[in-house]
Design a protein around this ligand. Sequence first.
Ligand code: ATR
Length: 273
Amino acid sequence: MSKTFAVIGDPISHSLSPNIHSAAFRELNLDCVYIGYRIPKDELESGIEGLKKIKIEGFNVTIPHKIRIMKYLDKIDESCSLIGAANTIVNVDGNLKGYNTDMDGFLEPFKKKGLEIKNSKILLLGAGGAARAIVAGFAKEKAKSITIANRTIENAEELSEFAGKIGLASDVLKIENVKDTAKNYDIIVNATSVGLKNEQSIISLDGINEKTIVYDIVYMPMNTDFIKKAKENNAIVIYGYEMLLGQATRAFEIWHNMEAPYNAMKKALLGGF
Ligand code: ATR
């Protein structure tokens, strides 16, 4: 019988994960299927029961369940407990084990391109769930310091406290006070949702150069205004789809215990744009 995988969330119809994983199954001739399953916010418990009944092998978790799924897990790995959220679950005979691939997915493009994080000065825009996984990633890779700029300063302060606890020096800033300081950083990351609706970049990138790494985690549209401004300044660009691909390949490896077919998955993802 085919093995079944899923992504749960709400909304789910726009998810690219079924395409990406199905392409991997085809590439490697695996007898597996991957479906999108809409579970509304207040139906998580019954949704999970349903998944267990159909003997789901594993599933991804997206908005709005990433944090609340934690209480339904029998085991969590270190990435999950560090970030406080799960996005990849393995089901072994009704026992659920959670992982969080956001951090590894975020770091993957740096590794693939041989870009150094160690001793870098970071400017991070945003202080939500994704930003937390990113802070954990920069701490792991021994960045020098991180400036967290956010619309709501309290959220930035909370994240800064987390950074301190895991050994990464940080300070906070209201996002409108970034002004012309982008050029003082080695790596600039947009982890806000600004760009999803084609908005203008929330900060100026004037003065950055060809050594600056600019990373947007917004993947739709691919060429956000933030990315365009980075390119105008000849910066090194990392697209949001690269993180998405990093997360998907990591999830694949957790579930199937073999190397993910990166190129086939990338092709399926880019075909989705
Ligand atoms: P995710 O899980 O994708 O990180 P989230 O936890 O809702 O989503 O975080 C969204 C981030 O985008 C937050 O940093 C949010 O800023 P606030 O903490 O002030 O809410 C930021 N954000 C969303 N819309 C924004 C906007 N229009 N301008 C500036 N920041 C915005």
